[in-house]
Design a protein around this ligand. Sequence first.
Ligand code: PMP
Length: 412
Amino acid sequence: METAVKQSFDIAAIRAQFPVLNQEVNGYPLTYLDNAATTQKPMRVIEALTEYYTSYNSNIHRGIHTLAEKATHAFEVTRKEIQKFINAPESEEVIFTKGTSESLNLVAATYGRQNLKAGDEVIVTGLEHHSNIVPWQMVCEEKGAKLKVVPVSEKGEINLDDFKNLLSDKTKIVSVAYASNALGTVNPVKEIINLAHQAGAVVILDAAQALSHLNVDVQSLDCDFMASSFHKMYGPTGVGFLYGKRHLLEEMPPYQGGGEMIKEVTFEKTTYNEIPFKFEAGTPNIADIVATKEAIDFISELGKENIHTYENKLLAYGTEKLSQIDKLRLIGTADHKVGVLSFVLEGMHPFDVGMMLDAKGIAVRTGHHCTMPLMDRFGLEGTVRASLAVYNTKEELDVLAESLFKISSRIK
Ligand code: PMP
């Protein structure tokens, strides 16, 4: 198939949609390579926020006036967009949350609490973000269940045989990252899901680092739940979603109590609303969810496959460039990766490297990336992480490599 990055992929035109990229930082043009932490937002997202607040701000669902209906409609349009984007069978299976962390906490506190008992096991991988570790630890501790961890290889991959060895009839839940935020590794999620289902476990995918880079289809994957955050997909901060199969969501108890999640309340008994509202207590972040539609359209219009192909080329280029730097060690060299270049410079603290790069206008992340167990696995306190988005360019990777080359050549 001719995937040769649609050369209609005009990077200058894409960059022009992101005003924040067009600035100097510390006297240098900004080189923004911290996209795994959060992506920048295109003008259409910013404009949708402004339009919402300047023309139809209202509370949703229960209002009968015109503005409330308009706000409700826009809010529900985003739900349908997400449904299409991940190919969920029904829009009611998409629950809006604050983001990946809240989505994972929701599943742990409802499905986990309802279904785990003493002696049961939950499996995660050694690559997980703290948000996909701690909620499971909390519910395991409460229920007397055990957390099992699939080990990570030197390349930053997990081995399916290790996973198979951990699976048993005690396994009730498998919760894994689709892609690692710290190393970029893309896990073999399809195989993980098949194996877990054979063992009778449900599977939750932490897709925070997947949805802006890969073409994700919950029906072909057959995952039971999926969590993500819109701010890593060119959308606003503080909003995200949980996808869950209808029958699972219907059987789960509510997460939080309050307005919207009820059908009827008396002091004797409360009945709960249908999904998705059962899990959406209180006034949500309407404006940001409304504006998220523009972020999803931005990705869809460019084309997920085109984005994937382009970012892969950038990643290969960046990997090649950084590999040429003496005293630089790439951490995470998996065969399948999203655009993350994690590395350390011999004898230098990642924080110092990050500060030196910042002095040249280069924004990277340093530290443990909320993956302390993974850093321990590599015997590191942290790494420097450059992470890519569709608006990044080869020239920016040249700027990064050149600065790193200079820094490394000063190491004795
Ligand atoms: N999981 C992964 C893989 C992530 O990269 C992140 C964000 N760094 C999270 C979970 C948590 O996302 P949020 O902070 O948006 O809840």
